[in-house]
Ligand binder design. Structure first.
Ligand code: G3P
Ligand code: CA
Length: 268
């Protein structure tokens, strides 16, 4: 029904029966600036230094990746092993919180960041609630049964489970996990991450719209037609990951609602 109404409105616009606003293509005038893994072009990804840099650069939100330690604590790190972004080695799920916290998560990026730690999700929420929006990606949830409940608990304990202005969004590439989260905490806006173009059919978009507010595709999949189709299902689009000014410009021209970028200064 929603799709039919949008199609009718589009037809009325085409016939000149409705006057379009100046910025008719984008739904909003401001593009949401999302610092990917924090401002990770300028500081080591998924560290407090990168999140602080996102605040300094006046991003609207930062994105982070959450996984579980061996002892079931929510930790903020992208890869499922610590090898690339710390001075340690091994899988995140095989290391305790104490072991993970003993690692240096900064010097791989630059010596100036020596001593940065792998943060816990709670630490990040406590430090940044009310200061900046937080886009939480549940990373590889099939490795971590029950992680959705733990993320929901972390938000609820802090009374962050009814976020204003979409200042907390939870997303995942694992759409079953997103639906699980929705069943636990339906008040939190959700996003589906997509890298496969076959997952962007109208049928899929309609199914996403039952529980998600955002469809966040790889930037390589984004054009005006896709953005329009996602908007037709009343969802927003925050593509990833823009790492050059040309990509940012192309995404703006496609009418996206937000841009997930390592370089927040490229967006404004
Ligand atoms: O927020 C989207 C983006 O983070 C997804 O890709 O690999 O950087 O987690 P990845
Ligand atoms: Ca991510």
């Amino acid at each position: 029904m929603k799709k039919l109404m949008m199609t009718t409105v589009t037809a009325m616009v085409a016939l000149g029966l409705i006057i379009q606003p100046a910025n008719a293509f984008a739904k909003k005038e401001e593009i949401v600036n999302v610092a990917h893994r924090g401002a990770s072009g300028y500081a080591p990804e998924n560290t407090m230094a990168a999140f602080e840099k996102a605040v300094d650069m006046k991003s609207d939100m930062f994105e982070l990746d959450v996984q579980l330690s061996k002892d079931g604590e929510l930790v903020v790190i992208h890869d499922t092993s610590v090898d690339r972004t710390t001075d340690g080695s091994g899988k995140v799920k095989d290391l305790t919180l104490e072991e993970l916290r003993s690692l240096d998560a900064g010097s791989w990026f630059d010596e100036a960041f020596t001593g940065e730690k792998i943060p816990t999700l709670g630490e990040v929420l406590d430090e940044y609630r009310g200061k900046i929006g937080i886009l939480i990606e549940i990373k590889s949830p099939s490795l971590y049964p029950g992680i959705e409940q733990k993320v929901a608990d972390a938000l609820t304990e802090r009374n962050m489970h009814k976020p204003n202005n979409n200042k907390i969004i939870v997303q995942s590439f694992d759409h079953d996990s997103v639906q699980t989260f929705h069943s636990i905490l339906p008040s939190v806006p959700l996003g589906v991450l997509v890298y496969n173009p076959d997952h962007l059919t109208d049928q899929r978009l309609e199914a996403f719209s039952e529980y998600a507010s955002y469809v966040n595709p790889s930037k390589s999949l984004v054009d005006r037609e896709l953005v329009t189709r996602i908007h037709d299902y009343d969802m927003d689009v925050h593509p990833w990951t823009a790492r050059d000014r040309e990509s940012v410009q192309a995404l703006k021209e496609a009418g996206v609602d937000g841009i997930i970028t390592d370089y927040p200064d490229y967006v404004d």
